[in-house]
Unconditional design. Structure first.
Lengths: 307, 339
């Protein structure tokens, strides 16, 4: 296939030559991305057990099965009932396999949709905790409609009348993360990431070389601070010094404070106001050039996150 | 070329070998050329006349968005909408090549401004708005412009009260726009509800390939979903699945015919019958022209809908929440119901 001549070859060579003059990888950014996937990082259930005084977990999508990679249920948060859903990763090898590394299958999304529908009917606010390397890429998941499960989950979340808050607590990658991400407010923990694909996946696809993950991360810059600047996140939740894994209790307490403030703010609006704002929030994301208006449509903010 | 001058384009020999050639990877083929399945050769003119379907074996070649519109629409043609929108480079992204350079190359090689063309046209005398994706423009990937044009097309169709026809052919979200490309999935899914609210049908045609973020957003939300024969329809492509799970996949994994058996599409429709098929289903589902525009108003739909929902929600769910607070031991504050 690859002939040693032709424009393709020239491009590849010049591409390689150009690469040497690229700026060095930002080590802080890489460290932050590694923290988002730290083996000791608190996972969804660690937060749920700390911010909820009671939690009743629901199981099964009533269609096919139960997906341990997705946790969904009802709890009591600061006195009010809430529905909480989120991807769950595992600590040790057994648990990791059981939780499928936090990669949810269609059943997982359908379970979470079931819980959100109940919450909507009963007027209970919804909180989602996002922590996944992506939706499960498997033949079985495809057969049961992985794409449709994610799109319908997004559609349902947009249609909810109750307040919806999404929190990226660790790694939020690809459609698997966004499937739980349509919310009135999207919070991101300080060291979490929200990206179209994992750095490893991107490096394999765009650089055709799986070892270029650092370079891919540098290009995507998927940190919480950047997502705030782009308007993808509405607030950045601070973590204890050194990262959330150093002190679970403190990390959960700070998250609880942010959730309380956000929910209180949203509960002051009518369902109609929330839905209009939710739609407009996503409608304006994505800068582009519109020659008729003479300039780029710019979304997002210029200021760094407060605090 | 030795084939020049033959007056039949499929030999018995080739047909006999058909069975052995199924495993060859499908290519997104160029304008004129040779069928990757059966090696039949066609001139550019023949390709166009055959709607880029191999008459010998039924292989479906890739079609550009504008040619699609010609295939689907009436001879009167179509009116393209918002052709002026162009991609920005929010991340100053560079992989092996800067993103701006990739866009420039794609523009000059395809003659298009972006990977989607939106247009107003009539399909078999049914007026509708269409959003047609084109794989030849950066793999049909969905960035901010694709999301924006799609959303505008939804709102436009809702405003006019006409059906919406989507043809997807895309590798997924455009990596070069990073997280903001991912957000286009949300934007398109939400925009589709404008049509639900205007009570007009959405027909989705899945062309080869429809994968990743496009399949996981608007492409899987059609009221009626057709797929072209042999189209790959999957959230994760076969290579990703094989690398991640070490599964050995069947050769027809994710193909349209298989997805029909999986219950993911309504029908596999040959491209030569596509316009007639869409016309037929739209004639059944589309609102009669007189009633169409009564939903009226530009972006009124969402406010109206949300307002209605709001009124309904004011009475019941608050009562329900109070009831729940009674059952579960409450924190005691009585501030719910604060509008």
């Amino acid at each position: 296939m690859s002939k040693p001549d032709g424009p393709g070859f020239v491009r590849r060579v010049t591409g390689k030559l150009g690469r040497t003059s690229e700026p060095q990888v930002d080590e802080d950014l890489w460290a932050s991305i590694q923290l988002a996937r730290h083996a000791e990082r608190p996972y969804t259930l660690d937060y749920i057990n700390r911010i909820c005084s009671d939690f009743e977990e629901m199981h099964g999508d009533r269609l096919f099965g139960d997906d341990p990679a997705m946790v969904a249920g009802f709890g009591r948060f600061n006195g009010r009932p809430v529905a909480i859903v989120g991807q769950q990763k595992g600590r040790d090898t057994n648990e990791r396999t059981y939780r499928n590394f936090g990669m949810a299958s269609p059943e997982g999304y359908r379970k979470s949709m079931r819980v959100m529908e109940i919450a909507n009917r009963l007027g209970i606010p919804v909180i989602t905790l996002i922590d996944t390397p992506g939706a499960f890429p498997g033949a079985s998941a495809e057969e049961r409609g992985q794409g449709g499960a994610i799109s319908r989950s997004m559609q349902l979340m947009w249609r909810l009348d109750v307040p919806v808050v999404a929190v990226v607590i660790g790694e939020g990658s690809s459609g698997g993360a966004l499937g739980l991400g349509i919310a009135d407010k999207v919070l991101m923990l300080e060291n979490s990431t929200y990206s179209v694909i994992s750095p490893e996946g991107a490096s394999a696809i765009l650089w055709r070389d799986a070892s270029q993950a650092k370079k891919a991360a540098q290009a995507f810059k998927p940190t919480a601070a950047n997502c705030y600047r782009w308007g993808v996140a509405d607030a950045v939740v601070p973590e204890p010094p050194g990262g959330a894994h150093t002190d679970y209790d403190q990390a959960a307490e700070i998250l609880g404070q942010y959730l309380e403030r956000t929910l209180a703010e949203l509960e002051g609006l009518t369902p109609a106001e929330r839905r209009t704002a939710r739609r407009d929030r996503f409608r304006r994301l994505g800068p582009l050039r519109d020659p008729e208006n003479g300039m780029a449509m710019v979304s997002g903010r210029d200021t760094p996150p407060p605090g | 070329m030795s084939r020049v001058g033959r007056n039949i384009n499929v030999s018995f020999e080739r047909l006999r070998h058909l069975g052995h050639r199924q495993d060859r990877p499908r290519r997104i083929a160029s304008d004129a050329g040779t069928c990757p399945k059966c090696d039949s050769h066609y001139s550019a003119d023949e390709m166009r006349r055959n709607m880029r379907v191999c008459p010998a074996c039924g292989h479906h070649f890739a079609v550009t968005a504008r040619e699609r519109l010609e295939q689907l629409g009436e001879p009167g043609g179509y009116t393209e909408l918002w052709p002026e929108l162009r991609a920005a480079d929010p991340l100053q992204f560079t992989d092996l090549k800067p993103y701006v350079e990739r866009i420039r190359d794609a523009e000059s090689s395809t003659g298009m401004g972006e990977a989607i063309v939106c247009a107003e046209l009539e399909i078999r005398h049914v007026p509708c708005v269409a959003a047609i994706m084109d794989f030849s423009f950066m793999g049909g990937s969905m960035g901010a412009v694709v999301g924006e044009k799609f959303a505008r097309a939804c709102e436009y169709a809702a405003q006019k009260g006409v059906p919406f026809v989507v043809l997807s052919s895309s590798g997924g979200a455009r990596m070069q726009e990073g997280t903001l490309a991912l957000m286009q999935m949300a934007k398109t899914v939400i925009a589709l509800d404008a049509l639900a609210d205007a009570r007009v049908p959405v027909v989705v045609i899945l062309a080869h390939p429809t994968t990743g973020g496009v399949w996981a957003s608007f492409a899987s939300l059609g009221d009626v979903t057709y797929a072209e024969p042999g189209a790959l329809i999957a959230f994760s492509g076969p290579r990703v699945i094989e690398e991640t799970t070490r599964e050995v996949l069947p050769s027809d994994f994710g193909r349209a015919e298989r997805q029909l058996a999986n219950g993911q599409v309504d029908a596999v429709v040959d491209r030569r019958e596509l316009a007639a098929r869409i016309g037929r289903v739209l004639a059944i589902l589309a609102p009669p022209p007189g009633q169409a525009a009564q939903s009226g108003g530009s972006l009124q739909w969402a406010q109206d809908a949300a307002g209605g929902v709001g009124r309904a929600a004011q009475s019941f769910p608050e009562a329900a929440r109070k009831a729940i607070n009674k059952i579960l031991p409450s924190g005691g504050d009585d501030t719910e119901g604060g509008e």
